[in-house]
Design a protein around this ligand. Sequence first.
Ligand code: MRU
Length: 374
Amino acid sequence: MKINGEYYRTIWVKKGDDRVVQAIDQRRLPHRVVIEDLRSAADVAASIREMHVRGAGLIGAAAGYGMYLAALQAPRESEEAFMKVLAADGNSLIATRPTAVNLEWAVQRALREIGCADGIDAKIAAARRTADAIADEDADSCRRIGESGVKLIEEIAARKGGEPVNILTHCNAGWLAFVDYGTATAPVYEAQRRGIRVHVYVDETRPRCQGAQLTAFELGQSNVPHTIIADNAGGHLMQHGMVDMVIVGSDRTTCTGDVANKIGTYLKAVAAHENHVPFYVALPSSTIDWSLRDGVREIPIETRDENEIKYITGINAQGNIETVLITPEGSPAANYGFDVTPARYVTALITERGVCAATEEGIRGLFPHGGAHG
Ligand code: MRU
């Protein structure tokens, strides 16, 4: 996608220096576009943990490149020593965030491919190949999700006789959360490309404001009409017929269709159900965890630092980025990162292979042999 007319992915190997990986530091958006150099697996782990890079697809891709940087720096005296260091670096990457399944999957895939290559140089080449493949596949899946999901928007547009289709989304499941295109936003971008009129209600998504800061930024960069709303406004809009459909992303989906996504998603799904608004989840199969059946009980939910709730960051009148305390200093806060929406509230899943029911039968119908990591 483009920023100020220039094409970007969210992560890439630096031109002219293939020992450095570069990524957009998303903590600075929407006010500054800062590109960060990552030189080691530890750099990548820190950037995932501190959310310079975030979003299920992107942290999977970052983990792939983290393993490539790990391979560049691992000891060369024996394959055994080399693989031992890689396994340790892989564990550090996996430990950074627990909910999105892509992270562990990307590390395991890299270890498998690297392990199969003969000799250190071949192992490093395999690490690079795997990282690039994970990133390319992520971008390609998201592009296909756009093609699958646009049909749902087209149907509503036809019913509305060309009036704008109002779509509500939560958090950022846009291109910034993946390598390119995004999931929830991919059908929106495709609709706009096809000349269908759309308007997006963007949940601000406290505490880290991924909606207000990131989704609004990317929609603005692509000239998609949008309105930021307070997290609590969605139910009201739905009651008043102002939302035609909800599309959100997923950080982990069980094989039965339960969806873990940014905290607050569940409440939107319940409100959508109550108001007969279709609630879609757009996801690449890389976010399906085929080993889990009961999302509410089995998906690990990340809890983060309470200061993410107590403080807020923005730009001040002088144009400087500033962080301020918005709560009583002594009040404790609890910061749950994700929640799980049971499959019964999900109208359908939008995947790279098409749209299916949020049921085991529906999912396995599209992915009989498992998805990216079935
Ligand atoms: O905590 P984040 O920003 O990494 O959360 C991930 C998300 O962006 C959302 O939950 C998103 O809607 C899912 S799509 C990766």
